[in-house]
Design a protein around this ligand. Structure first.
Ligand code: Z2T
Length: 842
């Protein structure tokens, strides 16, 4: 890292001392320069896409200034860093977010308008980077925004997949997956670091030899590849701090396959190079089932190994002593996916740095922390020892060491308690012996947290009960949050302007709690009117979106009722659509002249992807589309009821859908949704929730008041008993008459697709209805009736909508990140001086 020029000559510094100006002319010339010199297009003839690319490069230049300054400042101050390790980042589009956070949106809007471009249609040119499945990946992205905004010295680390989550098309009512090659038009937001490469080893053998009376272990990998860094700046709001999301891409290593080349097998050598590139090709599209594929394990290890090497390199530059590691580094595991980081750091400390086992453990334990995101057993990662031992032989050995020492402690504490030993063990014995990654993560971390109060409580009483009894203080709760920058300020400009007027400033964007001080406006008719107008405009935007993509004409006066999330039996989209059928049958039974009196017009929308191998989830999509076809084309029904499946739900679509919704559904079986985060986005955008007492809904009810939500269904303590009842009886005995009639309609082929739909109904009729849909159905219908009643009173509805927004402050990810920083990471903010405050020309 030798600088080319001698910096003390001041020559370079003189050239660099000015930041880019942000006048209209400066912005325009920067955009036009990028058209000409970056895109090599003529400045007199360029398309909207080129315009997007040039604008993005112009914004990128400004991001880079802040980004470089930030890390240089952190480095000078020698601060503690947090490393956030995640296999997923569902970042969504960057342009508007960057402009908003740099507080340059209005300047760019004006500059572009002056050149004949509408900035909003420029935004639409951007692909939606979707390197995540759902809540877990989106949470990581919200956290980056909050860590930057709160000036925490942080790094996000992940993988630069060439293919994000598949794009969902609907063909004949079925989901079809299309590969998402999101990089095909380049990616102006990333900075390729040609000089940041780390070697990653796989397979091979472990050897031991005695050196100076000490046993030394070495692992010689037999496949060696390279991880290259791609940096993605994440700007904070109301601060110059801009942090880095560093994503690794796998590449072949040029040093290590000379042998095959020399042996003359040219094509074989090329094949092995392509295999290396393949590792970071595709994101696994399962949101809550563990697949156990070797390629996935390679992805996980690549992330872990490259990140740990990078962190160690940074640490060593400051020549600190190893014992200071936890004082300067916190590592957060986003679920168990990067759990091998614990083992990788142990390996490097012991085998390469020569530390004693106990000393290495101390450093690892005090720097790592683990977040659990689900209690669904099918999601828990358990790697077969054969697979793991073959790919990473030394890591398996270290895991056995950790387990050995851990279990010795346990058997001293609980002599002869075989049950405890077998549940706590990192190794699950049996014909197929596996490593329990959750147990490894708990044992190797000083803090373990769930993502909502109820979920964290369930962890300590069920899934991790024995670990909790061993070390109760290790277990914490960190209720999830979402960033108000993207989810209100960017997605809902109308509401943002209204809130600015109410508050008298835009301070709410970084301090959502101040909204609580303005609750009296909820009763003000003038505010209520404006509030309704904003919602109406957002509904209009969604109206056009739906018209274009689904060909359905929605009634703008109808209640927009929305359930968007990954499709899963536990989230019970099935219950929602069965209720839609219930409503349809009820309308049909009612004499035409009474229908409008009894039923509020509704537009019920569904959106979400099914994991490609999850057949029941795919059948739920098929049912929604079958019902949609029937209901929407029924002349008798007209605009009283419309049903729409919104294709390809993703972050940018969510930014249109959420602000337009009036009612949103969060209706999981109690105990199964760890938190949910879209519930928070909906509440912030003045949407009422119909939901169960599950995940973060419980805390939302606490904040906004149960009277401002539609809560129904079994509580978590009742679920097991209800399940037992159903296990011992026929569905005809536990289905109420309303549900029976609905299912009979489907079976009698009212909607067609009998084969798929009967198989779907089987899950609740003959397969014990694990998610207790039948048990909750009556209570759900009753809550839906309350929805209709309230919607008839526009003023009351609007009042509750306003209160939802004003009381949603707790669910800002700023609150969440502050708690992580203070209660787990022991991290101080470090704000860099803002040049705009010292330099006149900015
Ligand atoms: C995921 O999105 C979630 C949990 C997972 O468990 C995996 C994925 Cl991809 C391994 C979700 C939870 O289902 C949701 O309740 C929670 O709000 C979200 O993570 C963020 O914590």
């Amino acid at each position: 890292n030798t600088p080319v020029a001698n910096q003390s000559t001041n020559k370079i510094w003189k050239l660099m001392e000015k930041y880019l100006p942000n006048t209209k002319e400066a912005i325009q010339s920067s955009v036009v320069n990028h058209v000409e010199y970056t895109l090599a297009k003529t400045r007199f003839d360029f398309t909207l896409l080129h315009c997007y690319q040039a604008v993005s490069h112009s914004v990128r230049d400004r991001l880079i200034e802040a980004f470089n300054d930030t890390y240089q400042y952190f480095n000078n101050k020698d601060v503690k860093y947090v490393y956030y390790l995640s296999l997923e980042y569902l970042i969504g589009r960057c342009l508007q977010n960057a402009l908003v956070n740099l507080e340059l949106e209005s300047q760019y809007k004006e500059a572009m308008l002056d050149m004949g471009y509408n900035l909003e249609s420029v935004y639409e040119q951007e692909v939606d980077p979707a390197l995540g499945n759902g809540g877990l990946g989106r949470l990581a992205a919200c956290f980056l925004d909050s860590m930057a905004t709160l000036n925490y010295p942080a790094w996000g680390y992940g993988l630069r997949y060439s293919y994000g989550i598949f794009r969902q098309q609907i063909k004949d009512g079925y989901q079809v997956e299309v590969p998402d090659y999101w990089l095909d038009r380049g990616n102006p937001w990333e900075i390729e670091r040609l000089d940041v490469n780390f070697q990653i080893k796989f397979y091979g053998a472990v050897t031991k030899k005695v050196q100076d009376g000490k046993e030394r272990t070495t692992w010689e990998g037999s496949e060696i590849i390279v991880a290259r860094a791609y940096d993605n700046p994440a700007p904070g709001y109301n601060t110059f701090n801009t942090i880095n999301l560093r994503l690794w891409r796998s590449l072949p290593s040029s040093e290590f396959d000379f042998k095959s080349f020399n042996q003359g097998d040219y094509f074989k050598a090329l094949e092995s190079r392509q295999r290396a590139e393949f590792i970071t090709s595709v994101l696994y599209p399962n949101d809550s089932t563990y697949a156990g594929k070797e390629l996935r394990l390679k992805q996980q290890y690549l992330l872990v190994s490259a990140t740990i090497q990078d962190a160690i390199r940074r640490f060593k530059k400051k020549r600190k002593e190893w014992k200071e590691w936890p004082k300067y580094n916190a590592l957060q595991l986003n679920d168990t996916h990067p759990a091998l980081a614990i083992v990788e750091l142990m390996r490097i400390l012991i085998d390469i740095e020569g530390l004693e086992y106990e000393d290495a453990w101390e450093l690892v334990y005090n720097s790592f922390a683990y977040t659990n995101h689900t209690i669904l057993p099918e999601a828990l990662e358990k790697w077969g020892v054969e697979l793991l031992g073959n790919l990473l032989p030394r890591h398996l050995e270290i895991i056995y060491n950790i387990n050995h020492i851990f279990l010795e402690k346990i058997s001293r504490k609980y002599p002869n308690d075989w049950r405890k030993l077998s549940t706590l063990s990192l190794v699950e014995e049996g014909t197929h012996k596996t490593i329990r990654m959750a147990n490894l993560s708990i044992v190797g971390s000083h803090a373990v947290n769930g993502v909502a109060a109820l979920h964290s409580q369930l962890l300590t009483t069920t899934l991790f009960k024995d670990f909790y009894e061993l070390r109760p203080t290790k277990f914490q709760n960190k209720t999830n949050g979402v960033t108000p920058r993207r989810w209100i300020r960017c997605a809902n400009p109308g509401l943002s302007a209204l809130l600015n007027d109410v508050v008298g400033s835009d301070d709410w964007v970084i301090d959502m709690d101040i909204l609580k001080n303005f609750q009296k406006i909820a009763d003000d008719p003038a505010i209520q009117n404006r509030w309704m107008q904003v919602k109406r405009q957002n509904k209009e935007k969604l109206y056009w979106w739906v018209k274009e993509r689904c060909g359905v004409d929605l009634n703008l006066d109808s209640l927009f009722d929305i359930q968007v999330k990954r499709i899963h039996e536990y989230k019970r989209q099935l219950m929602n659509i069965l209720y839609v059928i219930r409503r349809y049958l009820d309308i049909k039974k009612t004499p035409a002249e009474e229908r409008r009196k009894l039923f509020v017009p509704r537009s019920i929308m569904f959106g979400g992807k099914a994991a490609p191998g999850y057949i029941t989830a795919k059948r739920i999509i098929r049912l929604v589309n079958a019902v949609s076809q029937k209901v929407n084309n029924d002349q008798e029904i007209g605009d009283l009821l419309k049903v729409v499946f919104l294709p390809n739900y993703n972050v940018s679509n969510a930014q249109v859908i959420i602000p337009a919704s009036e009612l949103s559904q969060h209706i999981s079986t109690a105990g199964l949704e760890a938190s949910g985060t879209s519930n928070m986005k909906f509440v912030m955008n003045g949407c009422l929730i119909i939901g169960t007492m599950d995940g973060a809904n419980v805390e939302i009810a606490e904040e906004v008041g149960e009277e401002n939500m539609f809560i129904f269904g079994a509580r978590v303590e009742q679920v097991e008993e209800l399940r037992n009842k159903m296990r011992n009886s026929n569905y005809r005995d536990y289905f109420g008459p309303r549900l029976t009639e609905v299912c009979d309609a489907i079976s009698n082929d009212l909607f067609g697709y009998k084969y798929d739909l009967d198989a779907l109904l089987d899950t609740i009729r003959n397969k014990n209805d694990y998610y207790i849909l039948a048990a909750d159905f009556e209570s759900y219908c009753e809550a839906q009736q309350r929805v209709d009643n309230l919607y008839k009173n526009k003023s009351e509805w609007t009042k509750k909508s306003i209160l939802n927004t004003l009381r949603s402050g707790k669910f800002s990810s700023d609150r969440t990140i502050r708690q992580y920083a203070e209660e787990i990471w022991d991290l101080e903010p470090c704000e860099i001086p803002n040049p705009s405050k010292s330099e006149q020309e900015r």
